[in-house]
Design a protein around this ligand. Sequence first.
Ligand code: SF4
Length: 500
Amino acid sequence: MKVGLLSPMPGFHKELFDIVDIFIPQVDRRDGSLEGADLRVIISQSEENSVRRCQAELSGALNITSRNETTITGNALLVRRLHKRQLKTVLFDALTKATGKQPPWGSLTGIRPARLVLDAMGEGLPLDEAASLIQNTFQITDAKISLLKDIIRVQQGLPQLSDKQIACYIGIPFCSSRCRYCSFISTVAGKGSLLTDYVQALKQEIAGTIALMKDKGLTARSVYLGGGTPTVLDEDLLAQVLEAARPLFQQADEVTVEAGRPDSITKEKLQLIHAAGVHRISVNPQTMHDKTLELVGRRHSVQQTLDAYQLAREVGINNINMDLIAGLPGESLAMFDHTLNEVLKLEPEAVTVHTLSVKRSSDMHRFGDALPEGRVAEDMVVLAREAVSAQGMQPYYIYRQKHMTGNLENVGYALPGKACLYNIDMMEDKATVMAMGAGAISKYIHSGGKHILRAPNVKDAAHYMERVDEMLDRKKALFEGKGRGVKPQQDLDEELQDLD
Ligand code: SF4
């Protein structure tokens, strides 16, 4: 649908369109123009004695007018923030009334919802009050606030980071083929010397990062080998990466290897991973239906998932996460229920329930009506929460992405003691992250998470190999206060690697 937007605050239009996206999928944005628009949105405002009156008028595909009156005072930064919130609220109210929809996360477009509650707690509010504040501000449903509170309680029960502990990420941005829904930085591995050359450059960056951490007196609390799919490397290359990272593994309380694609797993690779001291792996079915796997280009079968899982158990890996996706094309609630049952029968230690994100950069648009509606995806995530809870798992981390079916979320569940520290430390901006590999993004967290500096590595593998020294210099510069400053909550989609 073509949506035109006019307002006296064009600097807020991106955020206002994000509100429209909550209600209307695949919006064609007409910023600053109503010409040819199916839905016309006009925001107007007036102000008198610090009282600001805003109005959102919808016409065309939807017809309604909503008004809001708020007293806004404070410093310039606060006034701007409250002003933006007021405009978003008045537009959200208009769309709620016009469509009759009640989005589960209300007007929240942020990507780290738990972080908002944690920030309010940082101002001295107890959990319940902080959660109520966030719920009322964004009109979040009771179910989602209850989920956030459960997540925060689990996180509070985990060992706290010391100020000398950080998280490390090592990226292998290659896969054997590309899943149709993929929006990560991942190249099809193919033949030739690309992987061999990449591993040589990566080993150089790992060694340089270890030296930098030693110089700064930092140690890794968690290490995450992600991608892509690290197990796309053959046994020899995988062994080389594991060996290069061994000093980090020896420091860490937790080491994860994403072994996501079952078709990339062999017994020898799992033995190498286990012998290297890796604590946790991910084997990702996504669905337990062969037809869907074929549809989304996963290029593996359900049987391969079962075999890979069995192999991992045989070599002695005792913390296995399995990723699922709610909202895959052609899947009904009953099909998702079958997937859940089959996965939980295996008794993994953790399950991460993603909701399909239909991004412009992915190949999912072509499925059109075969994609389940938001309310079906919502039923799927409710079902998942009930099923994993019955198995004793608790939700321990959450993040949201843009363009998620039903405006939902991704949630990691784990048995007590099996939550992934890296996921929490990275997602809640608790830990500085030293990230290695093409497209990996390092973050320097300071002032209790209020200030963040980022240093991205170049995305292209060939450029990365040529410029690996420069990637190390970028990391060093973070400790001198140089890097791209970002606000908490910003840019997660760009920052995300293929985490479980
Ligand atoms: S979704 Fe994951 S496994 Fe699939 S191509 Fe992308 S990075 Fe690789």
